[in-house]
Each structure stands twice: as structure tokens, then as C-alpha cells.
Design a protein. Structure first.
Length: 141
């Protein structure tokens, strides 16, 4: 598969700059939300909604982290990173990159889309999906 989706921060986004720590905090919040939902339902919802373990390697500190699937038959890996690019108007634009490495499953792609939508909504960004479609989560005039 090997593809990427991007959440770009635009001038109408909630924040203009982002760090990998911000993304990790949002993913941790997502995990906590699913755990609380599972407690309310008295069911292991957290394992179904977030079937991954968040891992950050020492050599990748501050650059990227990945989610490793708990069930290798259904889920393998999803990678997250942050970066910047220069826009035409000479301004720096921050973005979050969500990548599916080679060998990713359809389950990974579904969960990656779900996580992308969650992050785009939280940061009010512009989401460029894996299929090159764009979703706008910031207030448009």
C-alpha cells in the first residue's frame, strides 16, 4: 500500500504551529476517550476502537512515532510525523503526515482515516486523505 495523508494547518486553523508532542497528546486523549466509553458500556470498546500500541523509538524522538497493531493479522503499523513546507506567499505551513508503510492492511487504512479525521477536527485543519480528496475542518467563509 505505502501511502500518506496530510493534515495541513491553515490560517483559520485553531493553531498555526504544531509539534509531535501535540499530536501524541491528542492521540493519548483519543485513547482515554475510548477507554471511558468502554467503561460506560461495560465492554472492551477501547481494544476495538484503538487496537494499537503507541511506540516512539529513541532515534526518532521528536520526528515521528508509530502505532503497532495488537493483532498482526488485522493491524500492522501507522506512522505519524510533523513537518513544514514553504507556501507560495513565503509563509511556513505546518502539517501532520500520517503514513501507511508497505504491507499495511485495510484495517490500518480504515483506522488511519479515522485518526486523521479526529486530528483534523481537533486542530481545525485541512485534511488531504490517502485517495487525494480534501476535507475542510476549519471555519470557511
Amino acid at each position: 500500500m505505502g501511502s500518506s495523508a496530510y493534515i495541513k494547518l491553515v490560517k483559520d486553523s485553531r493553531v498555526q504551529q504544531i509539534s509531535l508532542e501535540d499530536v501524541k497528546n491528542k492521540m493519548t486523549h483519543y485513547i482515554e476517550m475510548t477507554q471511558k466509553t468502554g467503561q460506560q458500556l461495560d465492554w472492551g470498546y477501547a481494544n476495538a476502537a484503538f487496537p494499537y500500541t503507541l511506540i516512539e523509538k529513541p532515534e526518532a524522538q521528536g520526528k515521528w512515532f508509530y502505532l503497532k497493531g495488537n493483532d498482526p493479522k488485522l493491524y500492522k503499523y501507522i506512522m505519524f510525523g510533523v513537518g513544514t513546507e514553504m507556501q507560495e506567499n513565503e509563509e511556513l505551513q505546518y502539517y501532520i503526515q500520517v503514513s501507511l508503510p508497505e504491507g499495511s492492511t485495510h484495517g490500518d487504512k480504515g483506522k488511519a482515516n479515522e485518526f486523521c479525521k479526529y486530528l483534523a477536527k481537533e486542530f481545525q485543519g485541512e485534511l488531504h486523505l490517502f485517495n487525494n480528496r480534501v476535507m475542510y475542518y476549519y471555519p470557511r467563509k
